[in-house]
Design a protein around this ligand. Structure first.
Ligand code: NOJ
Length: 936
């Protein structure tokens, strides 16, 4: 019997593997994943919302704050919500749900509801914040109780906590309204959908209050049983954004950036957006289905205002959205954990990202090489293959930094081993890559092959470091290596063990150009429910997998980063992940998983990357070229043009697809791909500057239009364009075949210049721009200065001493500004002051372009300057300058540095044929490390 079962399971696993291996172009099989109706808590939650809707003013949910319990102390309003339930015998029972409203220093407000359970009952999972939040959860004392006598009579508490910000708590309905200057921005529980499925003994017959008990105590899906030992324990609340027509975020979904309504209707979804990390290879586009990662952060935006909420819950979560004439109503449901919502009042997008980052952390500055181009495929066959591809880039004069090895470099998919015949001398291969300062990324997944004699498996088992089954045994399932166990990286001992596996000499010899790729960490289990681990599996601390599912991948990613830090403490680590949660931005980049080589997937990549960008996760990318299938050549080239702007830029392809090294495309495509990759390298100084900014204030790298044009309502739904970092470059990747021209939407009244052709575009609305195959539609917004490095080098490290070009696009008033950040790109020296940070300002008042340091001068900064003291500005390009301000026949400008001055030659191109003027200052010979100015 057992043998038959095992055989059946294995057959199913093999079918799943086969599907993944074949990589059919058919869309994801919906039936493999639950709908809301198939997930019992979601079904109950939606039914509850429907009942509320039907009841209208007669909706009287059984939750109320006990007024006698309420107190305000040191920035925390606390008390007890009482849920009045009726037990199976018809007796009323008051379930106590302690709540807190915590006013945080960052300006965010935390609304937390816990549950007083009998000592004998299992504890509700309350550690999601421990993983997600890196900021201070302590309250600020600056909360003023402004409750009036009338408020008290009406059962209301009114608290002022920010610049004109107020929280209004209605005790009888447990409704909390967050106002700015008296206007409601976010309302919690406006519709009375707060629900906490309280603990109750398992028993026959109807449970408390006559709730629908179907599937409360166990449920099954796809033939897999979930034992649900804790019974029902879902939580839910509704969140209303009055006056906000658009909401964004809650990645990951392959859908538009502006999220749709989910309760049906033309162009809407019927299903809620789902957050449940799953291996959804061949995912569908334009879908609310769950994907590889989950960040329960939502931004609401209207002209001139941004607010947001973070739902700190790592269990399966569904979010219903309904857009109405008066705002947007959302309903959040999670299978376990707590009601734990953080409300942030902006008031603009930049402040909102700062507030969210103050909670969940900012991304650390990545190593510079990781912003270069990455070449991947499943699989580079052997050492010769790797080194030939490496040499191919040089032969074709295409810069690149990192080559990747997928699962088949290993011996039988046993991580930390090498397939001996193909990779006999990995350290030597890596030394060869290092000659041009290039890196190797090796994949390491969380499934560990169950095989006697495999040291990693044996150690892990012996030390009890694997994820366990519901009854405490080792959990086994199928993945790439066959039968496997999963390292439980929630356990500190497992992280320590993981570190040992990476220590120098233990893996990849002592090579120091090693980086890692963590895949399949949702976790992906071929024969598990919905292709993942069973919800009743157990983790360190006895927690059910159900409660930590969405954060498991982050713990694995985090363990690997810690391991690399231990291996090379001086270097910044680089680890790519597929599964993620709120806080993963602190750990390392992610990519959007298994897309397909079709135009639809190129199109959906932009809104997907924007969605994670606004949810604090800026270091993101999509497989360039498309993972499954073979892109037609035009698509291939267009994808590189888009990918050049992806914060993480990697070409990757499925094992069954044709080889994809850029030179195999043939002309004109190879040339177009080369140009796109070179453009990326040219813009690296600016890209790195944007990453630096993100590292201290959470500003996205890809910026939605509303960040620079917040007053324009019409720009809120645009998601096929973005601004690139701080450059002011407005980019619209071409995502359709046969395009020669396209409309670029200009979102504000600033002047825009075609980049690099200088055609002037002015006026809010669509402008027709050239978009032939060799052209990326791009406009430079007036008012910005950005830097480039124009020389071709083989890798980022080899550019370190190259001169810089400044591109100055003057705004309608004749001014411009920008920044440049530089450091060694490799170590943590910048955290001790070893960096350069300059602002550039061009002023129409005096026609002077200035470079000023905005960094404190310290021993470390001066020592760093010495390492780049030959780096100069070799060219300044000023676009849109009023040439009438030059002297007649002027051929030079005065340059000043270090109390000296000299003349620099300029070439002047007058405005003509719709193009703006251009002045090029030729080799002004200013060094980047000291202040300078150029007087025009
Ligand atoms: C799934 C990943 O998404 C894909 O990128 C990778 O090539 C395969 N696993 C094999 O490791």
């Amino acid at each position: 019997m057992r043998a038959a079962l095992a055989a059946a399971i294995r057959a199913m696993a093999l079918l799943a593997v086969a599907a993944m291996l074949i990589g059919s172009t058919e869309a994801a099989k919906k039936y493999l994943f639950k709908t809301c109706a198939q997930s019992s808590f979601c079904r109950r939650g939606r039914a509850y919302a429907d009942a509320a809707e039907a009841a209208g003013a007669d909706w009287h949910p059984p939750y109320a704050v006990d007024p006698a319990s309420v107190q305000l102390r040191q920035g925390v309003l606390s008390g007890t919500v009482v849920k009045t339930a009726v037990d199976a015998d018809g007796a009323a029972v008051g379930v106590k749900l302690p709540f807190q409203l915590v006013f945080l220093e960052s300006g965010a407000v935390r609304f937390l509801i816990e549950e007083d359970r009998p000592k004998s009952a299992p504890k509700r999972y309350d550690e999601a914040v421990r993983w997600a939040i890196s900021g201070d959860l302590g309250a600020t004392a600056a909360v003023e109780d402004v409750t009036t006598a009338a408020d008290t009579a009406a059962g209301v508490r009114r608290l002022r906590f920010g610049p004109g910000w107020t929280a209004v708590v209605e005790l009888a309905t447990v409704r909390v309204t967050f106002e700015r200057d008296g206007a409601a921005q976010v309302v919690l529980n406006e519709r009375g959908l707060l629900a906490v499925e309280h603990w109750r003994p398992r028993g026959p017959g109807p449970a408390f209050g006559g709730e629908d008990t179907t599937d409360m105590w166990e449920e099954s899906f796809g033939g897999k049983q979930d034992s649900k030992p804790n019974g029902p324990e879902a939580v839910a609340v509704d969140v209303t954004f009055p006056g906000y027509g658009h909401v964004y975020g809650i990645p990951e979904h392959a859908d538009r950036f502006a999220l749709r309504s989910t309760r049906g209707g033309e162009g809407n979804h019927d299903e809620p957006y789902r957050l449940y990390n799953v291996d959804i290879f061949e995912y569908e586009v334009d879908s609310p289905m769950a994907m590889y990662g989950a960040i329960p952060f939502m931004q609401a935006q209207r002209a001139g205002s941004a607010v947001g909420v973070f739902w700190a819950n790592a269990a399966e979560t569904w979010i219903d959205i309904v857009h109405g004439a008066d705002g947007t109503r959302t309903h959040w449901l999670s299978e376990a954990g707590l009601v734990d919502v953080f409300v942030m009042l902006g008031p603009d997008a930049t402040s909102l990202y700062q507030q969210y980052g103050a909670l969940t952390g900012y991304a650390e500055l990545p190593p510079l090489y990781s912003l270069g181009y990455h070449q991947c495929r499943w699989n580079y066959q052997n050492e010769r293959d790797v080194l030939e591809v490496d040499a191919g880039f040089d032969r074709h004069e295409i810069p690149y930094d990192v080559i990747w090895l997928d699962i088949d470099y290993t011996d039988s998919r046993k991580y930390f081993t090498w397939e001996q015949s193909a990779f006999p001398t990995p350290e030597r291969m890596m030394a060869a890559l290092d000659e041009r300062r290039r890196k190797l990324v090796a994949i390491i997944d969380p499934h560990i092959k169950k095989e006697a004699g495999y040291g990693v498996y044996e150690d892990m088992t012996k030390a009890g470091l694997a994820v366990a089954t519901a009854d405490g045994g080792e959990y086994n399932g199928w993945c790439w290596p066959g039968e496997s166990a999963w390292i439980d990286t929630l356990a500190p001992a497992a992280v320590e063990y993981w570190k040992r596996l990476f220590r120098p000499g233990a893996f990849a010899g002592r090579a120091h150009n090693l980086a890692i790729w963590n895949d399949m960490n949702e976790p992906s289990v071929f024969d598990g429910p919905e292709g993942s681990a069973p919800r009743d599996a157990r983790h360190y601390g006895g927690w059910e997998h159900r409660a930590v599912h969405n954060l498991y991948g982050m713990t694995f990613h985090n363990a690997t980063v810690q391991a690399l830090n231990a291996r090379e403490p001086r270097q910044r680590p680089f680890v790519l992940t597929r599964a993620f949660f709120a806080g993963s931005q602190r750990v390392g980049p992610m990519w959007t998983g298994d897309n397909q080589a079709t135009w639809d997937y190129l199109r959906v990549a932009t809104p997907m990357l924007l969605s994670s960008s606004v949810a604090g996760y800026g270091f993101v990318g999509a497989d360039v070229g498309g993972f499954f299938g073979n892109p037609e050549h035009e698509l291939w080239a267009r994808w590189y043009q888009a990918g050049a702007f992806y914060p993480f830029f990697r070409g990757h392809a499925h094992i069954e697809s044709k080889r994809r090294e850029p030179w195999l495309a043939g002309e004109p495509y190879t040339g177009i791909i080369r140009d796109a990759i070179r453009l990326r390298y040219q813009l690296l100084p600016s890209l790195y500057t944007a990453f630096h900014r993100a590292s201290f204030d959470g500003s996205p790298i890809l910026r939605p239009l509303f960040m620079l044009a917040p007053a324009n309502d019409a720009a809120l739904a645009i998601d096929d364009q973005f601004f690139f970092g701080e450059t002011g470059l407005l980019v619209k990747p071409v995502v359709d075949p046969g395009v020669t021209e396209t409309d670029v939407y200009v979102p504000d009244d600033e002047v825009y210049y075609g980049y690099p052709d200088r055609t002037v575009y002015r006026g809010v609305g669509n402008h027709r721009v050239p978009a032939g195959l060799d052209t990326i539609p791009m406009l430079a917004r007036g008012g910005h200065i950005f830097t480039r490095r124009d020389r071709y080098r083989r890798s980022t490290a080899l550019m370190a001493h190259d001169p810089l070009t400044l591109v100055v696009s003057v705004d309608a008033a004749g001014n411009a500004g920008g920044a440049l950040y530089m450091d060694d790109g490799e170590t943590h020296g910048h955290t001790k002051g070893a960096y350069l940070h300059r602002f550039f300002m061009f002023s129409s008042q005096d026609n002077i372009l200035r470079s000023r340091s905005v960094r404190p001068s310290t021993a470390a900064s001066r020592a760093f300057d010495k390492t780049i003291d030959t780096v100069r500005v070799e060219r300044v390009i000023v676009v849109g300058f009023d040439l009438g301000r030059l002297k007649a026949g002027q051929t030079t400008v005065e340059t000043f540095q270090d109390k000296k001055s000299w003349s620099s030659h300029i070439s002047v191109t007058p405005a003509a044929d719709g193009r703006a003027s251009m002045i090029v200052v030729r080799d002004p010979k200013v060094l980047i490390t000291a202040d300078w100015s150029i007087e025009f």
